[in-house]
Structures are given as C-alpha cells and as structure tokens.
Design a protein around this ligand. Structure first.
Ligand code: HEM
Length: 424
C-alpha cells in the first residue's frame, strides 16, 4: 500500500508535501471569499468573471496543488523511484503555481489582461516542471500496477489541459484567434474528467482499501477503468470537434457508465469496511461518490433534455457537484489521513522515545475534522440551492463555505504546528 510502505529514506522531507497541503485550503478559502464579495452576479452564468476565477482558485489552487503533493509523496513507494532533489522540485513547482494561479484568477475576475498574460509563463513552468519530473520517475520504474498506469494517463491529461488553458488565456488576452467555446469545453473536460477524474480513480485503488479498511477493488475494474475512461475522453473530444451532435452518445455509452461504475464500486467497498466505527475520511468519500453519481446522472439527463441543458443552473450544478462535491470532498478526506500520517512518520525520526509521539488521531482530532465535514456538506447543499436562487442564498452559501475552508486550513496548520513544537 502506498503510504503505509513508506520508509523515511524514501520519503521526501516533510516540508515538500506540507507546503502544498498548507497552501491548498487557503486557495479554497479565497474562492469562497470571492463568491461572498461578488454576490449573485457570480452565479449569473458559467462565464461570469468571478466564477471563472473561483473555478481556477479551486482547480489549480486547491485540487492540482494537493494532487501534485500526493503524487510526489506516492511516487517513491509505488514506482520505487524517489524524486531527485525533492526540495528544489517543490520550490520550482509550488511558487510559480501559487503565483500563476493568483494572477490568472485576478486576470479572469477583473478582465485584467496583463495579469492573465503574466500568469502564462508561471503556470507553463510549474506544469512543465511537474510533468517532466513525474513522467521521468514513472518512465524509469519497472513496477507495473493499475495506479501507475492511471498516473501516466492523468499526467497526459494534465499536459493537454494546460496546453488548452494557456491557449484560452492567450485568446482572452487578445493574442490568439481560435474557436474559444469548443476549446473551453475540451479544456474543462480534460481538466475535470482526465486530470482530476483519472487520477482520483487511480489513487483510490491504493488509498480506499488502506485508509478506509475495505477490501481491494476487483481486478476487472482496476485493469480497465482508467484506460477505458481515457480512451472515451479522446473519442469524445474528437467527436465534439468534428461531429458535435454525436458527442452525447459517447457520453452515454462510454464516460458516464465508467464514472457511475467507479462510484458504485467504491460505495460497495465502503459497505464492506472491516471497521464499523464511523470514520471522517470514509464520510468525505461517501459525499464525494454521491456527488459523482449526481453529476453523472444530471449530465446524462441533460444530453436528452433540452430544457435541462438550457437551464442557467445546469452548468453550475455540474461544476459544483464535480469540483466541490466530488473532487474537494475526496481530497479533503485524504488530507485527514495523509497529513497526520506524515507528521507521525517524520516525528518518529526526530524522537526515539516512541511513547512521546502522539498518534494520528491526536494530531488532527476527529472532533475538529467532523466539524469541518459538517460545514463542507452544508456549504455544498447551499451552493446547489444558490445556483437556482442566487439572491440571497449565495451569501449564506459562501459564508458557510468560508467557514469550512478556514477550518480545514486551521486543522492542517495545527498538525504542522504540533510537528514543529515536538520536533524542536
Ligand atoms: C495552465 C493552467 C490553466 C490555464 C491557463 C487555464 C485557463 C483557462 C481560461 C482562460 C478559461 C476561460 C475560458 C473562457 O472564458 O473562454 C478556463 C476555463 C476553465 N478551466 Fe482552466 N486553465 C488552466 C487549468 C485548469 C485546470 C487544471 C482545470 C481543471 C482541473 C481547469 C478547469 C477549467 C474549467 C472547468 C473552466 C470553465 C469552463 C466553463 O465554465 O465552461 N483549468 N481556463
């Protein structure tokens, strides 16, 4: 299992993943704050500047930030290839990713072309460095398993997403003339379904059985799901470009069944958990899988219902369910296992007196994590309602969401503070 098999010699220094995990909740908090200050206009359409900015504070600032750290942490164990110079790599990725995301979000929110243009080299640099480092590590490994394959595909999807995103930003800044609408659909699909979806599927094969004490995923799922999904995404993209009317058949027969199958398989494994006591990470994952099922269901219905696909709330629901409900819930749940585990692992090397090391439940207490789980669930429900009735619900949704993100930031920061206090 990925993290359980991690020894200190293989593990990168704690500062490498932790800087990503500490920054990610701050970006989510910024997204919620932006929604709070923008009010109902932010939810007027999928193209509202504040919504596009918040989308990237979440997709780049929270999701990509956390997934990159998870990959840097898992690669040494899974692929048996430690990333060389991990501190340098972390600096070279984390700083430009953070600065580039802030500039892109400001550029999108305020129509600030210089900000958008300035974000491009920073984001291109962060993406390229990360993709090259991870691809090198994955290319050298002789290990073969479904998670490694999914990681390779997800990296490919990230490269496509970044290329399309950089092109779109250049179009918006007035430096390219291409069909922006189709490119945006492709960019969003490769980012959300390819990079986020395929990676979560691959990582789930490792972390669901390990963190939630479930049986392993069936081989018939792990062997084909990620490659099938990736190929379907390719076919869907080609169809969207050349024969848009037929794209719904690919969604219906290829993409949606893959997503629904994954969500149902995960929920069914959770029912077979060896430990019956409620567990925060499992609850976050359950919320994530329910959101994935809801997003896939709505998407399917919209393929055949012009009324739904034309409704203003439809793209907002899809985005909220996928980004906040599915991806954020799953990552949030993982953080509550990964961060305490890493703090515990690194404390062990500092303090030979084993009794003095707190256990993982003391590093982030369940009480604090549960409080945030409730706030996150409430924020998701309110966001979905606000998509239909933005005025006045958006204020309530954004305020509760701010609380949830602040609690997450506090919980991760408390773990870091505890490490510092004990390791000093
Ligand atoms: C190099 C990094 C990226 C850049 C420069 C970038 C740029 C952009 C731009 C300029 C738009 C607006 C398009 C328009 O208004 O026509 C956009 C939309 C979008 N991007 Fe990105 N993006 C990046 C990464 C990502 C990632 C990693 C994801 C997902 C994981 C993502 C998800 C989306 C989504 C969902 C939309 C909105 C689509 C919609 O509402 O229809 N982006 N991106």
């Amino acid at each position: 299992m990925a993290l359980a098999g991690l020894s200190l010699e293989q593990a990168p220094p704690l500062s490498v993943p932790l800087r990503f995990f500490l920054t990610a909740p701050l970006f989510a908090f910024l997204a919620a704050l932006l929604l709070l200050f923008s009010g109902p206009t932010a939810l007027a359409s999928r193209w509202s500047p504040a919504l596009l900015a918040a989308t990237h504070l979440l997709t780049l600032g929270f999701i990509t930030m956390s997934m990159m750290a998870t990959l840097l942490q898992m690669l040494p164990v899974l692929a048996g290839a430690a990333v060389k110079q991990p501190r340098l790599v972390a600096w070279l990725v984390h700083v430009p990713l953070s600065a580039g995301t802030l500039l892109l979000a400001s550029g999108l929110a305020a129509g600030w072309k210089i900000g958008m243009l300035a974000s491009l080299p920073l984001l291109a640099w962060a993406m390229l460095t990360f993709i090259l480092v991870a691809a090198y590590s994955l290319a050298r490994t002789e290990a073969r398993n479904a998670t490694i394959n999914a990681m390779r595909l997800a990296l490919g999807a990230l490269a496509i997403t970044a290329l399309l995103g950089l092109t779109l930003a250049a179009i918006l800044a007035g430096h390219a003339a291409l069909p922006a609408l189709k490119l945006t659909d492709l960019h969003a699909a490769w980012g959300l379904l390819g990079w986020v979806g395929v990676l979560i599927i691959g990582v789930a094969y490792q972390v669901v059985p390990m963190f939630q004490m479930t049986p392993a995923y069936a081989t018939r799922i792990t062997a084909w799901l990620a490659p099938w999904f990736f190929i379907m995404l390719l076919i869907w993209s080609i169809t969207v470009w050349w024969a848009e009317d037929n794209a719904k058949w690919v969604a219906l027969t290829g993409l949606a069944p893959g997503l629904i199958g994954f969500a149902l398989a995960t929920l069914s494994l959770q029912r077979k958990r060896r430990r019956r006591a409620p567990d925060i990470t499992s609850q976050f994952w359950r919320m994530g899988m329910a959101s994935l099922l809801a997003a896939s269901g709505i998407w399917l219905v919209a393929q055949f219902s012009p009324a739904l696909s034309a409704a203003a709330f439809y793209p907002l629901w899809l985005g909220m369910l996928w980004i906040v409900g599915f991806a954020m819930s799953v990552i949030n749940g993982m953080l509550y296992k990964i961060v305490p585990f890493l703090v515990w692992l690194h404390l062990q090397s500092r303090r030979p007196a084993r009794g003095a090391i707190p256990n993982t439940k003391e590093i982030i207490p369940d009480k604090m994590a549960r409080r945030q789980l409730r706030a996150h669930g409430a924020a998701l429900a309110l966001l979905l309602c606000a998509a239909v009735l933005p005025n006045p619900l958006v204020y309530m949704a954004a305020a509760v969401w701010c609380v949830s993100c602040a609690l997450l930031a506090w919980n991760v920061f408390s773990a870091y503070r505890l490490y510092h206090r004990l390791a000093a």
